[in-house]
Design a protein around this ligand. Structure first.
Ligand SMILES: [Ca+2]
Ligand SMILES: [Ca+2]
Ligand SMILES: [Ca+2]
Length: 244
């Protein structure tokens, strides 16, 4: 599931032999040094604390597929605010920004664990995708423990989703959120659509008020992406830095 090698020779062999054949829909290879050098570790699930992997405050570059968030503090900045580095793409390589080098202490991805571009919504209790999360691939008449607590949202896949400030797809306000970033692999044709809504201002419903979500666009209030702009963007990926 997770492998760690220090040999640059072995790394080159693995990369050369298996591009695009990863068995996980979302995966990030995190490197201790810039430009995909140094010790590295593959992660394909949420990691609330990188210390047990001896990778705390270590990451300087990445090669990843999916929509990943890297947090300055443990448990996705739930207990202590800090910087959040996000990166999204397909076989996307890059250095983390200078001010974020050797800072990541926890990480996780948004979207489906089964297929890269499955149509999903993920809601978070904190802004900038911090705190508790809840992911779904279908209508939800109630958001359970995240009802009236949503402070940021990520859409993955091509579908729009409509969010309501009341349960059962009712309420005073609703908003239809579309994905706004698209990435594509020239190598194997995989594509990834992502919508990044880091604060309530981005999704036009007041903080801690959303209670249900329905697949498709059912509101006159339509938004194509929030105010988040990538610091870097290319056909294969993009990244940015947020406070949260
Ligand atoms: Ca840290
Ligand atoms: Ca909240
Ligand atoms: Ca509400």
């Amino acid at each position: 599931m997770k492998r760690k090698f220090t040999s640059a020779v072995l790394l080159l062999v693995l990369v050369g032999a298996s591009p695009g054949t990863a068995s996980y829909s979302s995966e990030t290879r995190c490197f201790a040094d810039q430009n995909q050098h140094g010790e590295w570790y593959d992660f394909n699930e949420a990691v609330p604390d990188l210390s047990p992997y001896h990778f705390d405050n270590t990451i300087e570059s990445i090669r990843e597929t999916g929509m990943w968030m890297y947090y300055e503090n443990v448990e996705y900045n739930t207990h202590q605010a800090g910087l959040v580095f996000w990166a999204s793409g397909i076989d996307f390589s890059g250095n983390v920004p200078g001010q974020y080098a050797n800072m990541a202490t926890s990480l996780r991805y948004a979207g489906s664990p089964y297929s890269l571009n499955d149509e999903t919504w993920t809601v978070y209790s904190g802004e900038a995708f911090t705190g508790d999360e809840l992911m779904g691939n279908n209508d939800a008449a109630s958001l359970g423990y995240l009802g009236d607590d949503v402070s940021s949202i990520i859409i993955v896949g091509q579908s729009a989703w409509t969010f309501y400030d009341g349960r059962d797809f009712h309420g005073t306000n609703s908003v239809c959120l579309h994905p706004n970033l698209k990435f594509r692999s020239d190598f194997d044709g995989r594509s990834l659509h992502v919508g990044i809504y880091a604060t309530p201002t981005d999704f036009h419903i007041s903080d801690n008020n959303i209670e249900s979500v329905r697949k498709g666009c059912w509101s006159k209030n339509v938004v194509y992406g929030g105010s988040v702009r990538p610091n870097y963007s290319s056909p294969s990926g993009a990244w940015g830095l947020l406070n949260g």
